[in-house]
Design a protein around this ligand. Structure first.
Ligand SMILES: [Zn+2]
Length: 182
């Protein structure tokens, strides 16, 4: 019984039929879920039996990466729940009103694509999951919008690129910069 990771290469579509828990792309089969690889040699089928993923519930502290930031919402792909080892991949939404206690006009002024965020889950409704970054939550690692270098904190909401000296704003977490990799 082999453990697979999401996206792990399993074989070609000439060798196997892509079964449950897999997907095929350009003739190659990959694991779509984390779990056990099962090779059905008789039917030439490869599948992955997924482990049940931990589910997000309100109150949890989560870590994720900013996928987009525009208009009134930041989209964050959550990859970890504080206190749990399992990696997940869940799309969540951070609405402008849930960013900070003070008024935020444009979300793109406070988040950058690829930034790492620490947030709290506030609402779970089917496929809609809301998170907030009020209080001590926010960006824990930010990257320069010009050169992608990690930014250094210089003020409550100020960060600066040590490489190109670009100054940017973020809704920073209280423990900005003090973060393990996701
Ligand atoms: Zn820079």
């Amino acid at each position: 019984m082999d453990k697979t990771l999401i996206g792990e290469y399993l074989g070609t579509t000439e060798e196997y039929m892509p079964g449950e828990g897999t997907y095929a792309e350009d003739g190659r089969i990959y694991a779509a879920v984390l779990g056990e690889k099962i090779l059905d040699k008789e039917n030439h089928r490869v599948s992955v039996k997924g482990k049940p993923m931990p589910e997000l519930t309100p109150g949890q502290v989560v870590f994720g990466e900013v996928q987009s930031a525009r208009k009134n919402m930041v989209t964050v792909i959550v990859s970890r729940i504080e206190g749990l080892e399992e990696q997940i991949e869940v799309k969540t939404g951070l609405y402008v009103s849930n960013i900070a206690n003070k008024y935020v006009e444009k979300v793109e002024d406070f988040f950058g694509i690829g930034d790492l965020v620490k947030a709290r889950v506030i609402k779970v409704e089917q496929d809609l999951i809301d998170i907030e970054t009020k209080g001590d939550f926010g960006v824990v690692k930010a990257f320069c919008k010009r050169c992608r270098n990690p930014l250094l904190k210089t003020g409550e909401m100020d960060v600066e690129c040590p490489n190109c000296k670009h100054k940017e704003k973020r809704k920073l977490a209280a423990d900005y910069g003090n973060v393990i990799s996701l």
